[in-house]
Design a protein around this ligand. Structure first.
Ligand code: ZN
Length: 323
């Protein structure tokens, strides 16, 4: 413990593992279904099992990302609290059901942690995507996975938004993150990606079990990639058609350092378009299939190292500091 004071945090008694928030991201869909199946077979519940959720069953049945609107953009405070129209899209109705099941978001009744499973077509390995760079629980789980799965490239991505504006399903829990794994085409399940997700979820549940049983976890450092901005594809100004693809030297190189002047796009006539920003940044979600409709060719992030404290679970309701 090297004399470090541990931060004591409430136990994680209610944990949710969600898949199929995007119905065509199949590792999460099949992993949650598999976990549901093995639970039925076990029948003697220990009481510490996670809540398992198939978030968007209608889109999952059709193997679509969503049926009407993107479910994973429906969980901001405004979106959850705006009056419901008679003709509300299915996903808007579903977001209210999920908020009732796992939330209400921001209330003392919300589940302690939501792990929402996603796939990306980008070459990102296993990523945590979270809204906080000081959520010691999520960061300790991330650190634990990194130690347990040393062969898997792993990064912690931080979307710097206040909780009210955080819009994804994982924001409904007191702690939460998306576990995003790729590359895997949407509508496809690849066994290596599925297995990585399964191991990731298992190690997460193991960590939670150890934490709840009183284990003290040492502090350390987590490298955090904070989103700076999204870049769209170059477009024809009259038709809005894209006129270039990601440059071959950048494709699949998520989290490399992109310096000003480096090749960014290659036009369909073969010319290189360089990155004309002034700051070297780390790209991710490079050429993600689902983001063409959102006008995102890639996202750029700034990397920094965050020191995290030792943590342990409070034995009582009130936090006490132990050393
Ligand atoms: Zn997704």
């Amino acid at each position: 413990m090297d004399g470090q004071e541990a931060v004591c945090l409430p136990k994680l008694s209610r944990v949710a593992v969600c898949g199929g928030t995007h119905g065509n991201e199949l590792s999460g869909v099949y992993l949650v279904k598999e976990m549901m199946k093995s639970r039925k077979e076990e029948d003697n519940e220990s009481g510490s099992q996670p809540v398992l959720v198939l978030s968007n069953p209608r889109a999952t049945k059709k193997c679509l990302r969503y049926t009407e609107v993107d479910l994973n953009r429906c969980f901001s405070r405004d979106a959850l609290n705006s009056p419901l129209l008679d003709i509300a899209p299915y996903e808007v109705l579903r977001s209210r059901e999920l908020d009732a099941l796992l939330g209400p978001k921001g209330s003392p009744y919300s589940v302690d942690l939501v792990c929402d499973l996603h796939n990306t077509t980008s070459n990102m390995g296993l990523c945590f995507i979270a809204y906080s760079d000081s959520d010691w629980i999520s960061m300790h789980i991330f650190k634990h996975l990194k130690r347990c799965m040393p062969d898997i490239p792993m990064r912690y991505i931080h979307f710097d938004l206040p909780q009210d504006e955080s819009y994804s399903l994982d924001s409904v829990g007191k702690h939460g993150f998306a576990m995003e794994i790729g590359p895997q085409p949407h509508g496809v399940v690849r066994s290596n990606i599925y297995t990585t997700m399964k191991c990731g979820v298992q190690h997460m549940l193991d960590w939670i079990h150890l934490f709840n049983s009183g284990r003290v976890f040492e502090g350390g450092f987590v490298d955090v990639f904070t989103l700076v901005k999204h870049l769209d594809y170059p477009r024809d100004c009259s038709t809005l058609d894209i006129i270039a693809a990601i440059h071959p030297q950048l494709q699949d190189r998520d989290f490399c350092l992109l310096n000003p002047g480096d090749p960014l796009f290659q036009t369909f006539s073969g010319e290189t378009m360089p990155y004309n920003g002034t700051e070297s940044l780390h790209p991710f979600f490079i050429n993600e299939c689902a983001y063409y409709e959102k006008g995102i060719a890639l996202s750029l992030s700034r990397l920094r190292r965050v020191k995290i404290p030792a943590v342990c679970a409070t034995s009582e309701q009130h936090a006490v500091i132990v050393t």
